[in-house]
Design a protein around this ligand. Structure first.
Ligand code: FPP
Length: 256
């Protein structure tokens, strides 16, 4: 960690929220003649590396796509191993998370998780709730469409009960009803292992997010790779649908 080169990074222009699709554990293992599960085990170490680097740099929000709704269809042996790994991660990591003042939030359909995993997750969420240095959104049993559907149902129920005027549902209100709640939209999405897909991750939240895809497989994505992704992000011009000139004028206006 001490060899981390952050010299190309502008500490005043860090993203507020980085979201990550952690892909390639299986391929990493297969290339070495190991079981896919061994790949996930190594992937757990990359989770620690990225969490601690985000914390060290002062990035306030990090979201990790740990298990998708589609992942339930994988062979039961692999699903069980992933669940066991998640539980072990929570159990062994909680001390470091507390020491680093990291808050964990669980995002997704927690009802589908095995009881032991759900309990562990709820325990860590509860224990870390007052930490505020870094907020880590652990997306488990998560699907972007399911998230949107759940929000729509929730708002429809409120409207039906007469507690909400349908005309009052604007983008902010809708975003608040999503699993990400009051977490700001991601500024940067990192996807490892080269695939150019969103894979039903944050569909609503990624509307204006910068996308960064690296060929590195997740178990190989460690501290320096994360810093490199941030450097790439800082080289982008973000326009939010405006012209470059308008965007520059807006920035100058905001600075005044
Ligand atoms: C994708 O690799 C990764 C996953 C499905 C799970 C991500 C899980 C971890 C990083 C470990 C445990 C998580 C935490 C939060 C401790 P893949 O299996 O799809 O790889 P492939 O595309 O090469 O097959």
């Amino acid at each position: 960690m001490h060899a981390l080169d952050t010299s190309a990074l502008d500490p005043t222009r860090l993203p507020r929220h980085v979201a990550v699709i952690m892909d390639g554990n299986g391929r990493w293992a297969q290339r070495r003649g190991l079981s896919r599960i061994e790949g996930h085990r190594r992937g757990k170490d990359s989770v620690r590396a990225v969490v601690e680097t985000a914390r060290r740099l002062g990035i306030p929000y990090l979201s990790l796509f740990a298990f998708s709704t589609e992942n339930w269809a994988r062979p039961p042996r692999e699903v069980n191993a992933l669940m066991a790994l998640l539980r072990r991660y929570l159990r062994t990591e909680v001390k470091r998370l507390m020491k680093n003042e990291v808050q964990v939030r669980a995002i997704g359909d927690l009802e589908r998780l095995p009881d032991a995993v759900r309990r562990e997750l709820e325990h860590v969420v509860e224990l870390t709730r007052d930490n505020s240095r870094l907020i880590v959104g652990l997306c488990v049993s998560y699907g972007g469409r399911e998230d949107i559907l759940r929000a729509a149902r929730r708002l429809a129920r409120e409207a039906q009960a007469g507690a909400l005027d349908p005309e009052a549902i604007d983008a902010q209100r809708f975003a608040d009803a999503l699993g990400t709640g009051d977490i700001p939209d991601p500024d940067l999405l990192i996807r490892t292992s080269g695939e150019m897909r969103i894979s039903n991750f944050f569909l609503w939240q990624l509307a204006y997010t910068e996308l960064y895809v690296t060929d590195l497989l997740w178990p190989d994505f460690r501290e320096q790779a994360f810093v490199d992704a941030l450097v790439h992000y800082q080289q982008r011009e973000r326009r939010f649908g405006l012209t470059g000139k308008q965007q520059a004028q807006g920035r100058a206006g905001a600075a005044r």
